[in-house]
Design a protein around this ligand. Structure first.
Ligand SMILES: Cc1ncc(COP(=O)(O)O)c(C=O)c1O
Length: 455
C-alpha cells in the first residue's frame, strides 16, 4: 500500500477510511523486498523509509500548509526556529552573505547574528527596511538571499513584500519571508513574489498552544539553474549523482533542503505534533477572524488611553505601516502587536502584574491572550543601544490578542491601567530612550491626550 496524501482533504490514504489523519508513530517503514529497499533509497520508489526523512503524518500536514500558502511543497520540522534555520541553510553556505530586515523576532536575529556567523554565513541588517535603495546598495557579489517577516514581531513595521521580491529577483536572489504572525489566512506572500515562506507553526497555525512546529514552504518558481555560480550546491553533480536542478527542476531547493539539510541535521518533529498541527489548521479561518477583530478593537482602545504613548499596530491610521497594511492585509493586520506606556518600566511592571485575563508568557498566537515585557525578557540580552535602535522601550509591552470576548480584554487592560500609581502612569519617557516608537505618536497623544494632557 502506498501512503500518498490527498492534499484536498489533508488525509493520507488510509486502509480504514479514518476521517482524521492517523498518527503514524513509527520510526521506520518496512520494505517488501530487497529491490524495494534499493529503489526507496535510490529515489525511484517514493515510498517511506524512515521518519527523519518523511512520515505519512508529516506529509499530510505539509500538503495542507503548502496548499494554504499556494506553494508547491513544504517541509514540516520541529519548531519555527528549526524552520528558519533549515530554510536558509538550504540556500546558504560558508562565505555567503544575506540581507535581513532589522525588525524581526529576536530569536531569529540571534540565530542569524550569532549562530550563522559561526558557520561563516554573514547577515547584514538593513537600516530602513522600507527604503529599497538601502537594500539594494548592500547587495554584494556574495549575497544569496533577502529575508523579512510579513508582520514583524513585535513592532508591526511592515515591509513592501512585492517590491522586495522584485528587487531580489532583479539580482537573481530568492526572497524568504516569515509568515508566522500573518498566517496564510491574512496574507499569502507567494502571491506577491516570495520564494520561500517559513512559519513557526507553534503559534497561530496550531493555535491551541499545546505543541511546537515549523514549516518551510517552497513557491516552486525560483529558477535555481539560471545562475549556477550562485547556487553550486543545487547545480553541481556530486558522487555520480546528477545535480538537484537536473533531477528536480524548480523543486531542487526543497529536495536539497529535505534530503541534505533536514535529513542530516535531524530537527524531526513527532508525528503526534503533525496531528496536533492538523487539528489547529482545521479552525484557522474562524480563529483568525476573531483574533484580528479583537486586536483591532484593543489597539484602537489603547491608542486613546492617556497612559499610552504609542501603539505599534498597522491597522491604526496613525501607523506608518497603515498603507502597506491596507494593501497586504485587507482581512486584518494581525493580532500580535506592541504598545508603549509613558511611564516606562514602572508602568509596564504595573500593567503586566495587574492583568488577570492575559497570561504572562513568552509565546504568541495562542487562542488565549498573552502579555510580555520584551525589554526584560525576550530582548534582555541586547545592549541598551540595540533596544533603543529597535524601539524596544522600557515602557513597551507586547500583546498577543486571543479569541476571548474583546470587551473582557479591554476591561482587563482598563483595570490594569487604572491601577497604575500616579507616578508610574505619568512619568514621561525620556526622548532619547523612546526610540522610533515615540515618533509614531498615536492620534490621542498627538491630539494632546497623552502625557501632556495628564495632570
Ligand atoms: C515570527 C517568529 N518566527 C519564528 C519563531 C520561532 O518559533 P518557535 O518558537 O516555534 O521555534 C517565533 C517565535 O516566537 C516567531 O515569533
Amino acid at each position: 500500500m502506498r501512503h500518498r496524501p490527498d492534499p484536498r482533504r489533508g488525509l493520507p490514504e488510509s486502509a480504514h477510511g479514518a476521517r482524521i489523519t492517523p498518527i503514524y508513530l513509527s520510526a521506520g517503514f518496512v520494505f517488501d523486498d530487497f529491490d524495494q529497499a534499493e529503489a526507496r533509497f535510490g529515489g525511484t520508489d517514493p515510498g517511506y523509509v524512515y521518519s527523519r526523512n518523511n512520515n505519512p503524518s508529516h506529509v499530510a500536514v505539509e500538503a495542507r500548509v503548502a496548499a494554504l500558502e499556494g506553494g508547491t511543497g513544504a517541509i514540516f520540522v520541529a519548531s519555527g526556529q528549526a524552520a528558519v534555520s533549515v530554510a536558509l541553510l538550504g540556500v546558504l553556505k560558508a562565505g555567503d552573505h544575506f540581507l535581513s530586515a532589522p525588525s524581526i523576532y529576536e530569536g531569529t536575529r540571534s540565530l542569524f547574528r550569532d549562530n550563522f556567523a559561526r558557520f561563516g554565513i554573514e547577515v547584514e541588517f538593513v537600516e530602513n527596511p522600507r527604503d529599497l535603495d538601502d537594500w539594494e546598495r548592500r547587495i554584494r557579489p556574495t549575497t544569496r538571499l533577502l529575508f523579512a517577516e510579513s508582520i514583524p514581531n513585535p513592532k508591526n513595521d511592515l515591509v513592501d513584500i512585492e517590491a522586495l521580491a522584485s528587487l531580489a529577483h532583479r539580482h537573481d536572489l530568492p526572497f524568504a519571508i516569515d509568515n508566522t504572525v500573518a498566517t496564510p489566512y491574512l496574507l499569502r506572500p507567494i502571491e506577491f513574489g516570495a520564494d520561500i515562506v517559513v512559519h513557526s507553526a507553534s503559534k497561530l497555525l496550531t493555535g491551541h498552544g499545546a505543541s511546537l512546529g515549523g514549516i518551510v514552504v517552497d513557491a516552486g518558481r525560483f529558477d535555481w539553474g539560471a545562475r549556477p555560480d550562485l547556487y553550486p550546491h543545487l547545480n553541481e553533480s556530486r558522487r555520480n549523482q546528477p545535480s538537484f536542478v537536473s533531477r528536480f527542476g524548480a523543486g531542487a531547493y526543497l529536495a536539497f533542503t529535505r534530503s541534505v539539510v533536514v535529513n542530516r541535521l535531524g530537527p524531526t518533529p513527532s508525528p503526534f505534533h503533525a496531528f496536533l498541527l492538523q487539528q489547529g489548521i482545521e479552525t484557522l479561518s474562524l480563529r483568525l477572524r476573531q483574533h484580528v477583530a479583537n486586536a483591532a478593537r484593543v489597539a484602537a482602545w489603547l491608542d486613546e488611553q492617556p497612559q499610552v504613548a504609542s501603539v505599534d499596530y498597522a491597522g491604526l491610521t496613525s501607523s506608518p505601516s497603515y498603507e502597506l497594511g491596507q494593501k497586504y492585509l485587507p482581512r486584518g493586520t494581525g493580532s500580535i502587536f506592541a504598545f508603549t506606556l509613558h511611564g516606562g518600566r514602572a508602568a509596564a511592571r504595573g500593567v503586566v502584574d495587574s492583568v488577570a485575563l492575559f497570561s504572562r508568557m513568552t509565546h504568541i498566537g495562542d487562542v488565549r491572550s498573552l502579555i510580555i515585557h520584551p525589554a526584560t525578557t525576550t530582548h534582555l540580552h541586547l545592549t541598551q543601544e540595540e533596544r533603543d535602535r529597535f524601539g524596544i522601550d522600557e515602557g513597551l509591552i507586547r500583546l498577543s490578542v486571543g479569541i476571548e470576548d474583546a470587551d473582557d480584554l479591554i476591561a482587563d487592560l482598563a483595570q490594569a491601567l487604572a491601577a497604575l500609581p500616579a507616578a508610574a502612569a505619568h512619568a514621561a519617557v525620556p526622548a532619547a530612550a523612546a526610540g522610533p516608537a515615540a515618533t509614531a505618536a498615536p492620534a490621542a497623544a498627538r491630539a494632546g491626550a497623552g502625557a501632556a494632557a495628564l495632570p
